[in-house]
Design a protein. Sequence first.
Lengths: 240, 492, 246
Amino acid sequence: MANNQALFLDRIRIALKQGSRPSMSVATDDKAFLQSIASRGREEQLLLLRQLMDNAEPLHLQVHGCASLTAAGECVAAIARECKPEFGTCREIVLHDHPLVHGLQLAPLLSVQGIANHLTRSGDPDVRQHTVNASIGITVAAWAIAESATIVQLTRPGQPRSTSLVPSIHIAVMLLSNLVATLAEAYALLRREQHPDSLVLISGPSKTADIEHTMVHGAHGPREMHLIVLTGAMVEGETA
Amino acid sequence: MSAEEPSYSETARDGLANACLQRSLRGLQDQCGKGALAAWRALPDPTLRSRVKARRVETLAHLDRVLEQLADGIRARGGQVFFAATAAEANSYVLDLARRRGVQRVVKGKSMLSAEIGIDAAFGAAGIEVLESDLGEFIVQLAGSTPSHIIAPCIHMDRQQIGRLFADQLHIPYTDDPPTLTRAARKVLRHKLLTADMGLTGCNLACAETGQITLVSNEGNIRMATTMPRLHVALMGMERIAATLEDQRDLLQLLTQGAALQKLSTYVSFVGGPSKEGDPDGPEEFHLVIVDNGRSRILADPEFREVLACIRCGACLNICPVYGRIGGHAYHSPYSGPIGAVVTPLLQGINRHADLCRGETLCGDCREVCPVQIDLPRMLVALRHKLAYGDPGWQVRPYNRIEALGYAIWWRIVGSRRFYETFLKICRTLQRPFTGPEGRVGRLPGWGGGWTEGRDLPPLAPMFFRERWRQMYRENQTERGQQGAEERHHGQ
Amino acid sequence: MNLHTPVSLFIQCLVDTMYPEVGEAMVRIFDRLGVPLAYPEGQTCCGQPAFNSGYQREAAAAARRFIELFESAETIVCPSGSCVAMVRHHYPELFRDDPELRARAEAVGAKTFELTEYLVDVLGVTDLGAVFPGIVTYHESCHLSRTLGIREPPRHLLRRVQELHLVEMDNSDSCCGFGGAFSVNYPDISLAMVDEKINNILKSGAGTVVGCDIGCLMQIRGRLTRRKENIRVLHIAQILAAGENR
């Protein structure tokens, strides 16, 4: 294996005919971006939220601003109420094992509707099957990007990839303070985060226009997506 | 071109006659091609593309180092990296892995490299089921055909054809409604995606700094293929790498804009290694197969190195007037359109694909729309140069000795005023039998018939410009020259 | 450079042998402006056909001859975007390994202009006193618009022609399918492209199509007559030279 690599890279070095080379220049603008993020006040954050909502509309990403955890919980319950299972008959929801999700206190709201819910706890062998059966997957977004209506979904223990992918509907929840303006800002945060192994940027439900260039929402990923942004000033304290 | 394969011109004719293809291409080009040009004109930073091009070229000049950095990073995350010099080595590695791990079903995310190395045939020979998961590729696979566009594979088929195909092969009641057809495919593919043993994807952009690859999609099939099966194999052309996160960001945004006028595609996945203990999903093993297969030879040639800057966005297909008439099948390659016309001969043989080198008008639209400003027309002329005289370095034989002789004679004629005029005066006499009653040439023999098949030609003029100049203007010109000299003398 | 600078006419092969009236029109335009003219009689071809087909030895020989013929001129004007692009952009490429010839090529390229470029950008003239009644649409040739970046000067000139109504066609700058040898080697594709161009011309409602490159006009006119469509095809020089002298 190592031999393969050495031969391969040698072939490239021969092709480049390089003697000594200066290293590639590496310029980062992270400091400036992190400063912009840190200095943003609540009013500016709300403006970003407005921008996010505008950009989300053509992508069929439904954005809900909720002032409190209770309101957010009710929002989720309302979506669950409307949802008809796509594959099979059972109504089930999988949720990320994350303090913000716990803060929504969804269990009583969902059981009232007869909907089973299952946390995606790390090490739980049933998570995969529950995810495949579920109509709704609820995750927590680390950040969202206003300019492109994108959420940044990091993979962590208890917060697996498939929750935002396999169920028909994806609901992402996040705090307003985690909303940034641009992809560049999000990358600055990612770098500070020391880049996890696996993450995905998501900008709406899945779609395809492969048949006669006609746009259809709902290809292999979720056919419907919601982003709940917790805007209440108190929320940060509650979920800390 | 092998003897059995129809030629560029023959397949082009089929494309020209395909009404559905013509409609689709027109719509695609009007929207996406022109849209990309408009997007570049509206960029807040007009230097972005040239800076990114320069950075791509710089990265290629350090390709060995960045690939090494990438491999170290992937391995640090628990992934495995294999460097494949050839298509055979790549196929061998993947098949070997599949056999060792008892793989019976493979789901593919869209990968042109996988078509380039012919991995489907290798899987087939080993009795392993291979399924395309991208809707367009899935449709093309069901139809037993090949893609006609690198981003929109089945634009050569209309909804009725797809409806009939699904009714036949998926046993659903006939419909030509795209949402219904899409839902049917979604249902069929979901089960396969959830139960496949191996996901096989390409790689849009690797990032050396973070030790990861990035994959973009709108459908979610690539996420499925990298998340649900227990093995994930990613095939990567060795040039598809960004050195830093900033480079990756710039290229990513140019890619999604150039491909489909999107700020970002619906999904951008960063993948670096296998899943962790306790994860219910994600692959147990992640293998990155980095492929050369002729790219180092392109890298070594300063005339062609810049073609490796390509990020496979498809914008050049969406603007090219030739591709826009004939579609992708005529290129007989996973890489069609202007980029395909340069890269296919370089990877698979310049003589074999001589028509790809010569079958364009050099109009320059591709250069204008390319997000990284690759000068494709320059390279097409360079390829034609190799075909003209042959080239031992690239193993090119002269393409057409009669044509070469023709141009040698052409130089003899234009190299001398006297020969030029004599030759043309002879032609002027000889053209009389070909000149019709309206004074136009309607039919030419031999090679010239290519023109007169569909067009008239003006005859050679009874007096050439130089003859008229001599007759009417030489005296006047002397006068004018004197006048001009007087005016200058009087300080006007 | 100004109106008194003598202009050496570079009359490309297609105009010289098939459309001399375009060359004559260009002479009338310069006469009207009082520009002194010269015509190096040894000129034959700039070498573009050989270059585009990959025959760079022959193209370089033709280029060297052109440079020798024209380098003593003060300024060179040609009624063709593609020939000017050849001289300005490709001559230096042909001589990249020969610094002396390359320098001479660059010097010649710096004083070689396409007709509309010379009139508008160099002389600052847009009104030539031309008169041409009719609805006219403009076909933008590839080398003129994309390689040389000349898009507005022809339009400025056409708008100042009296009684001329300029209409834009869809995709005015899309390739007409000529491409030199391409038009004969790949006739089906070439015809599909020119048919598309003609459909756009017809859709524009114009009775005349004008352009700055005779290769394109030859392609368009050749197909129009075969399709028996009654659209006039003119080089811009012919329109600018039309009407009464002032």
